[in-house]
Design a protein around this ligand. Structure first.
Ligand SMILES: [Zn+2]
Length: 322
């Protein structure tokens, strides 16, 4: 999933000429819901009378951690300064002036605006639930609670229309008000449920992921659910660094195709693979035998995302295209 987001961003940068996008990618597999997201569109779940946020807000205003990451990578984060010194609007990153810390395909901003998604997986109870997936124009004026309440009695399509109507009424603009509502119904969910096996090691598993991103698990996800018939958190990782995110996928890789770029999936000769742990800015710290491996192009992309190829970035920003 992480590799797919980074590859899409890479492809976008070579093919598209316009500005980028947020992505909220939702997979529903029986009672399992997996959401991968960059940017400030949101996916929220209402189940068993509670509301769960399944996506992160990648806005500088919402995350000190993301401000620190981008600043350390060479970006400047601040508010617009009008004459007289008054600061207005949201926190933005310069160059570019984007208020998102992660997105796909934004080319006129620093590469430290990364496409690495926040990923969250939950398992619903057999009672099912309702998802609202919507862009920031809706969430600027509606809380998740209001969005669910104003559309509760309606079927999904009409509910989505009602939510947009409610947002536009308050905002006066139709800007960025895309909305999709999905009902996961108990009967259907039971019939199509492919995962019947219990996962005994889940507690340990979960702690392992928690340790990796201590500050990324925000308050609304900290609840623990042990009873099997309530909403359960299965997985959460929002870390921005590829060396940490690609690790966990490595053991399941095909052993006969060991040298494949972990991002673009191109086959590599053993001499061409660059370990995701290699860091050209710290030559003493090589772990070149530790996978997963990247091709030259994806390694350059990774270093740019971590702010380690700044001369290259500034030549790009001054107009020369590579
Ligand atoms: Zn590659």
């Amino acid at each position: 999933m992480v590799a797919a987001f980074v590859k899409t961003d890479k492809d976008f940068q070579t093919k598209a000429r316009s500005s980028g996008t947020t992505v909220t990618f939702v997979i529903i597999d029986g009672l399992f819901i997996t959401v991968a997201s960059v940017g400030d569109s949101r996916c929220v779940l209402e189940a068993e009378g509670s509301i769960y946020h399944l996506s992160a807000d990648h806005r500088f205003d919402a995350s000190k951690e993301e401000v620190d990451r981008v600043t350390e990578s060479g970006g400047d984060v601040g508010r617009l300064n009008v004459v007289g010194g008054a600061e207005i609007g949201p926190l933005r990153c310069w160059p570019g002036g984007l208020c998102l810390s992660r997105s796909i395909g934004d080319q006129d901003v620093g590469q430290f605006i990364v496409p690495v998604p926040y990923v969250k997986q939950v398992k619903l109870s057999t009672a099912g639930g309702r998802l609202i997936i919507s862009s920031d124009g809706v969430w600027d004026v509606l809380t998740a609670e209001v969005a669910f309440n104003c559309s509760r009695t309606l079927p999904p399509e009409a509910a989505a229309e009602q939510i947009v109507k409610e947002a536009v009424q308050q905002k006066g603009l139709r800007d960025d008000t895309t909305c999709i509502v999905v009902d996961i119904l108990p009967d259907k969910a039971n019939l199509t449920m492919p995962h019947t096996k219990k996962q005994p090691g889940m507690g340990v598993f979960k702690n392992m992921f928690r340790k990796k991103t201590p500050s990324d698990s925000s308050s609304h996800t900290d609840r623990e659910y042990m009873d099997p018939d309530i909403v359960e958190e299965i997985f959460e990782d929002g870390c921005a660094f590829l060396s940490k995110r690609l690790d966990s996928e490595y053991p399941v890789r095909n052993m006969f195709k060991l040298f494949i770029c972990a991002i673009c999936q191109v086959e590599l000769k053993p001499s061409q693979g660059i370990s995701v742990h290699e860091d050209s800015s710290q030559p003493g710290n090589l772990r070149r035998w530790d996978g997963p491996f990247l091709c030259q192009g994806c390694q350059e992309k990774k270093e740019a995302m971590e702010g380690k190829r700044r001369s290259r970035d500034s030549s790009r920003n001054s107009g020369s295209s590579e």
